[in-house]
Design a protein around this ligand. Structure first.
Ligand code: GDP
Ligand code: MG
Length: 200
C-alpha cells in the first residue's frame, strides 16, 4: 500500500452530523501532544496537512482526511487529557469522540497512539476499554520511538502490549522525527482495507 495523495475534507464539530464518504475510515486517537498530527503528516508525506502542537483550534474537532482520491479516510479525533482547557470544554470531548466512534458508519479501525516512553494513562485506558467493550478493531501506535534506543523500544512495546492487553504484534513503533516505522503501518492499513466490508 502506498499513500499517493491526501487532502483535508471536513471538520466535524460537537453535535454536527457525521458525514459519510462511502469509503472505510481509520480513526486516530490519543491524548494531546502524543503526536497524532505529526503522524498524519508523516504518513501522508505532507508537512502541514494536519497542524501540529501550537494550533489547538482545529485539533478540537474531528477532522477527515481523504487518502488516494477516496480509497480510504484518516479521521483525526480530538486529543484528550489536555490540562489547560476548561472543564466545560473537556466535557465536550468525550461525547464528540464517542459520538463519532459510535455513529460513524464507515469506521473500520482505530489507531490508538501512545507515547512509547510511558504507560497508558487513565484516559488512554478508558478509551481502550471502550474499544474492547464495543468490540472495535484497533492497533496501538507507539510514538516518538526516537526517544529510546532500539533495545529500550523492544521492552517498551512489550510493556505497552501487556498493559493494554493485546499481542505485541499489534503494537507499532514509529518516529515522525526520524521517519521510521511507516512501512509496517502501511502494511497494516492494507490488511485493514482488505478486510473492510465492501459496501459501506
Ligand atoms: N521526539 C519526537 N517528537 C515528536 C514526534 N512526533 C511529534 N513530536 C512532538 O510532539 C509534540 C506534539 O505533536 P503533535 O503532532 O502536535 O501532537 P498531537 O497533539 O497529538 O496532534 C510536538 O512538539 C511534536 O514536535 C516524534 O516522532 N518524535
Ligand atoms: Mg494534533
Amino acid at each position: 500500500m502506498e499513500i499517493k495523495n491526501a487532502r483535508f475534507v471536513q471538520s466535524l464539530s460537537n453535535g454536527g452530523e457525521i458525514p459519510s464518504f462511502g469509503a472505510p475510515e481509520i480513526a486516530i486517537a490519543g491524548k494531546s501532544n502524543v503526536g497524532k498530527s505529526s503522524f498524519i503528516n508523516f504518513m501522508t508525506n505532507r508537512n502541514k496537512l494536519a497542524r501540529t502542537s501550537a494550533d489547538p483550534g482545529r485539533t478540537r474537532l474531528v477532522n477527515f482526511f481523504e487518502i488516494n482520491n477516496g480509497e480510504f479516510f484518516l479521521v483525526d479525533l480530538p486529543g484528550y487529557g489536555y490540562a489547560k482547557v476548561s472543564k466545560e470544554e473537556k466535557s465536550k470531548w468525550g461525547p464528540m469522540i464517542e459520538g463519532y466512534l459510535h455513529n460513524g458508519k464507515n469506521l473500520v479501525h482505530v489507531f490508538v497512539l501512545l507515547d512509547i516512553r510511558h504507560d497508558p494513562t487513565r484516559e488512554d485506558m478508558q478509551l481502550i476499554n471502550y474499544l474492547f467493550h464495543y468490540n472495535f478493531q484497533f492497533s496501538v501506535i507507539a510514538t516518538k520511538a526516537d526517544k529510546l534506543s532500539k533495545m529500550q523500544q523492544k521492552k517498551a512495546l512489550q510493556n505497552i502490549a501487556t498493559k493494554v492487553g493485546i499481542g505485541v504484534d499489534n503494537v507499532y513503533a514509529i518516529s515522525s522525527y526520524e521517519k521510521t516505522g511507516k512501512e509496517a503501518i502501511l502494511d497494516r492499513i492494507a490488511q485493514i482495507l482488505e478486510n473492510a466490508p465492501q459496501v459501506l
